[in-house]
Design a protein around this ligand. Structure first.
Ligand code: B1M
Length: 210
């Protein structure tokens, strides 16, 4: 019988080919796609999140684990679609106008995907209106904005104001993060939450979605 703990361990240690092999094996043996997702891939990424938070893992290990998880998701996604299993919710993410830094954003994006959400990644240099259109199109649980420059973090405020001006502010939770940000700044600009790291972003999203 397929060992889902072994699959979780392969995600944690970032072994993409092994994750592919174990995901295929589990499905072939009749394990449900939901169990493969929750007890294998997501369980593995949860451990990665904890290790990252505790400084036991650094950025490269997280990126390698996320790549392994994605290798499993590629096999699993069509099976999940066939069995009509919905994602936990949708999450829209982007780096704000004028800012091209995307390493942190990509980490957050991968951890959130690892927690079972469908992630719509708008990329970098994302204009306020693009966030608004994405909310209209995808109705996410929340949007996430990333900024790495003191000169671009102000564009988070502008984006929130654009949501307010469009009468859309109460339709979505807004999560912000990035190295120059603080909890106080997030509060000051009217965000719903500030995540100092990728694991905290997952925790906040789970709170918004409960
Ligand atoms: Co730039 N850069 N950079 N840079 N760069 C910084 C940010 C800087 C601090 C370096 C420095 O001077 N010491 C400085 C900013 C200074 C300031 O504003 N006070 C700086 C500068 C000045 C610049 C340029 C202006 C340089 C120039 O051209 N003169 C320029 C700006 C370009 C632009 O954006 N318009 C620039 C360019 C670049 C590169 C293109 C060369 C490259 C980016 C490559 C890329 O992202 N694809 C780059 C890099 C790599 C950095 C540093 C070295 C590393 C950033 C990084 O990836 N960190 C950075 C210095 C540093 O931080 N040591 C620096 C790792 C990443 C995992 O952490 O992004 O903080 P971070 O993400 C964390 C959390 O913050 C949080 O979770 C992540 C994981 O834990 N998080 C979120 C992030 N986003 C979140 C969103 C959330 C929740 C949590 O919700 C949605």
């Amino acid at each position: 019988m397929a060992d889902l703990q072994q699959l979780a361990d392969a995600v944690i240690s970032g072994q993409a080919p092994k994750v592919e092999e174990l995901t295929t094996e589990a499905l072939d043996q009749g394990v449900s796609p939901t169990d493969v997702l929750n007890k294998g891939l997501i369980a593995g990424m949860q451990v990665v999140g904890v290790k990252f938070k505790n400084n036991e893992f650094y950025v490269p290990e997280v990126l390698i684990a996320a790549r392994a998880m994605k290798a499993g998701m590629k096999i699993l996604r069509p099976k999940l679609a066939e069995s009509g299993i919905e994602p936990a919710g949708r999450f829209v993410i982007g780096t704000v106008t004028g800012d091209l830094h995307d390493i942190g954003k990509n980490l957050v994006s991968m951890m959130i995907e690892g927690a079972g959400y469908e992630v719509i990644d708008l990329g970098v240099d994302v204009a306020p209106n693009t966030f608004i259109e994405a909310v209209k199109d995808h109705q996410p649980v929340a949007i996430g904005m990333s900024a790495l420059l003191t000169t671009t973090m102000v564009n988070m405020k502008k984006t929130i104001e654009a949501f307010e001006n469009d009468g859309m502010r109460d339709q979505v939770k807004i999560l912000v993060g990035g190295a120059p940000l603080t909890d106080d700044y997030a509060r000051e600009i009217g965000a719903d939450g500030y995540a100092p790291d990728a694991a905290s972003a997952v925790e906040l999203l789970e709170q918004f979605n409960s």
